[in-house]
Design a protein around this ligand. Sequence first.
Ligand code: NAP
Ligand code: MG
Length: 498
Amino acid sequence: MTIDTQKKAITLKNYVNGEWRTSTSVEIYDVINPATQEVIGHASYSTKEETEEAIQAAKEAFESGVWSQKTTHERSAILLAIAAKIDERAEELATLETLNNGKIKTEATYDIADAANCFRYYAGMILQPDGQTYHAPDNVQALIVKEPVGVAGLIVPWNFPLLMSVWKIAPALAAGNTIVFKPSEVTPMTAMKLFEILEEAGLPKGVANMVMGHGAIVGQTISESKHVDIVSFTGSTQVGREIMRAAAGNLKKISLELGGKSPNIIFADADFEAAVDYGLFGIFYGSGQVCSAGSRILVEETIYDAYVERFVERANQIKVGPGLDETSNMGAIVSEKQLNRILDYIEIGKNEGAKLVAGGKRLTENGLDQGFFIAPTVFADVTNDMRIVREEIFGPVVTIQKFATEQEAIRLANDSDYGLAGGVFSNDGAKALRVIKQIRAGITWVNDYHPTYVEAPWGGYKQSGIGRSLGTYGLEDFQEVKQINIRLNVEPNGWFPS
Ligand code: NAP
Ligand code: MG
């Protein structure tokens, strides 16, 4: 199937048991480019029955051993072929991601390269010896081995459509599982391309299945199914709770990567310009639609006014526009629904008495009127009881608040239901380390914000999730652990009278 992304909308299909299937659902919807509202695809809200067929295909493929019983060399070779094909089509994939998600193409280009790296990383990891052995009492040689969990249900959001998919698909397949995958209904375009690549790379039929549609139907069916052995979900904390409830039925394993409201702490002794620069990058990268966004900047009181002034000056220079326009620094908001949610929060902030010092509105001038664009928005003089400080907005909206002491910075930073990420800026190395170690979050930076590496575990404390993606932890999420006890002297044990 070839896609002419710029000229005509394409029809998206499900991929089940090695076949591209047009959904039987009568509910068809438009996939749009959020920079223009141009229709770029037609997708279907697949039914519960179609989802169950995909689960059944994954179950049969798992039980057949067509994938789990391959040697790690064979699995690794296919994963490397997938990585190579992603690289070959990087330009096309980055363009499509930009068109569907609204992010600027530079960002999308990084996402695609990271996706290929993730496949390569797990292709290498499974070639390493793993497990443990020990000589137990009773002359038993014991082995501890890792095995695939079985059928993995994978559900992802719209903010990094391809990359979030790959963070799950690559380790799930590497470990020998079969999968049923659901992209976000808003951003299914690159997911479809990825499944074409999986097919071309020679993945056996039934191993990877994709069903497009509603979270409440397709997602719910996956998370409830007694034939699904693990559900790995990235998305909001609210839906994460529903997944956990649904997963209770057959006590399936869960892995949840959820929301955040992450603090970025700036001390007076930090490199001032770097702290402003990374403050901006922390919140406005991806238009703030990034789970680890540094959406709460905490600044030491002696530099607070100067920081806010410089930050606002810089925020106002950010050029917002379509992702394919090379002069744009920040792209569109993914959907009208998300746009309205962000605009609502801006109103809430004003009504709560926060001081709006930059942005605060939808942008419609200079050809932006058909798209979903919001100006980089900054609220100063906020307090920790305000909703805009407590709740995840998931847009280009940041709050900047003041602290007096190191203890106060830590207390404010940790006063949150979330614990995904956090940053500290200071030129006092001991202080920076002391503070970052006290931040209750899974992903943290010192004098930096945002970069993350496939080697490093990704996930949150508190209501930001359960489990970790990436690194060795990301593979372990998709593995069961088994002990095998082998008696070396085969003879009756004489426990019962003979
Ligand atoms: P969302 O509304 O939670 O949706 C995420 C996915 O779950 C979508 O595919 C959605 O389907 C599906 N879903 C919705 N209801 C469901 C249900 N009852 N059962 C099963 N699946 C269901 O999140 P979003 O709006 O797409 O993405 C933004 C959120 O993701 C933010 O909270 C952000 O922090 C979080 N996020 C976290 C990370 C991380 O690594 N921690 C990374 C990226 C994003 P639909 O297609 O119908 O919406
Ligand atoms: Mg949603």
